[in-house]
Design a protein around this ligand. Sequence first.
Ligand SMILES: Nc1ncnc2c1ncn2[C@@H]1O[C@H](COP(=O)(O)OP(=O)(O)O)[C@@H](O)[C@H]1O
Ligand SMILES: O=C(CO)[C@@H](O)[C@H](O)COP(=O)(O)O
Length: 507
Amino acid sequence: MKYLIGIDVGTSATKTVLFDEKGGVIASASREYPLYQPKNGWAEQKPEDWRDTVLDTLSQVMKESGVLKEDVKGIGISGQMHGLVMLDEKNEVIRPSIIWCDQRTAAEVEDMLTIMPKERWIEITANPPLTGWTAAKILWVRKNEPENYDRCRHILLPKDYIRYILTGVFATEVSDASGMQLLDVPGRCWSEEVLNKLDINPKLLGEVFESCEVTGTLLPEIAERTGLSEETKVVGGAGDNAAAAVGTGVVKDGTAFTTIGTSGVVFAHSSQVTIDPKGRVHTCCCAVPGAWHVMGVTQGAGLSLKWFKDNFCQDYVEEANKQGIDVYDLINRDVSQVEAGSDKLIYLPYLMGERTPHLDPDCRGVFFGLSAIHTRKHMLRAVMEGVSYSLSDCNDILNEMGIQVGEMMACGGGGKSPVWRQMLADMYDCHVKTVAQTEGPALGAAILAGVGCGIYESVEAACDALISADKSTGPEENQAGLYKKYHQLYKELYEDLKGSYKKLAAL
Ligand SMILES: Nc1ncnc2c1ncn2[C@@H]1O[C@H](COP(=O)(O)OP(=O)(O)O)[C@@H](O)[C@H]1O
Ligand SMILES: O=C(CO)[C@@H](O)[C@H](O)COP(=O)(O)O
């Protein structure tokens, strides 16, 4: 039997899974790390935390599985997109990584639009300049921390920093590189024009591979430390959403998934470069060679629920620990006791600004309609409904672009929740399904490794063989109608508050 490893460097944790070649989970390990918010709207993590958790979880799965190191043929890495990792001439991390949900770069996005018209940005990078994406972060460091920028010799994305740690190779692959805003997305290569206009030295960037291509093998000291072999190959891998697509079998036209991780994403596969002219959803290369995807992104999805739990639900945590169960199981139980609509309570999930549909770094979270009748359970349900309204905004735009899907796969931490999947089914008005293989991005990354090592013929063939649908949730007629009315009001609230958000940001 041959084995493959998938690593997912998420925002909440690193998850490492050892699979056999039939997709069975042999061992898995996960380690959390903090998210730092030095200022309102800023978000950073330490690349060293990603490194340490990857090395620890790799060692753990190898030790626990007892699998022979020679039989582990390949590793695929997946990770949170857009984060900026800068290394100096000794390949040391220069500053904490400014990650995907950071909103400090509004001025740099303005600068990018004066350097090149929006239409040209869209022609080349398939997207308008965006605050969360890497190019604007690079410009921010150059302007605000010139000493750091001058010391920088390598610019890497989070998972590509892990590739460097594992193999010593500076490289990236097309799906994650699409989210840097430096890639020619239709051409799947760095854009000389963009790099020239932004005056970014191409030597700072690694070589771009396709997701299944082999980028290197493990360094001897890493093989020694983790119990793996120096022969183990590391493939390109993918940004976490492109990897989740592979892990849920979303690799053909007409297929789509919603993930509720820290962010929330509605993702549809596309064999063509399909672009929203208003730039509200992103177009990126996907992990399947020669194909792309379109995705709407909600910044504060699982992040909203985690924020509420961490700040207002300490007793839930204690009770869950006492019962030896997951705290989210208690939350789901209580949320399911509240009726749809949370008794006229609406939550706007804009804790970290919003991408789809508003592209607004200044908007913030709101509970609207609070009454003395409401309890914490209503607020928890309103949080999950508010995130679902935002995901519906993403889905509506994909529909408006002519992307029609008959059913939606669900994944990510929040995708495990039956009550959250019911909300999505009611609002999307279609069946929401899970796959039996729940490892999402880690499985996707392992499949990419299997293709790169010649174990599978293609990504599509591997998905056909390994991935099967599991639970299915259909819309409930009465709730679908009710949610339409709430969603309409939810959309009006943003329009009503838009000006006030600007004033708040300027205070
Ligand atoms: N059983 C559950 N029910 C509802 N939400 C959950 C559950 N488990 C996790 N979550 C949500 O999912 C989030 C983590 O999702 P995950 O996909 O692991 O995130 P990431 O990839 O960003 O690290 C948590 O912050 C939480 O909000
Ligand atoms: O910014 C995006 C996609 O554009 C996010 O989806 C990040 O990739 C973070 O993912 P999670 O940690 O929430 O999985």
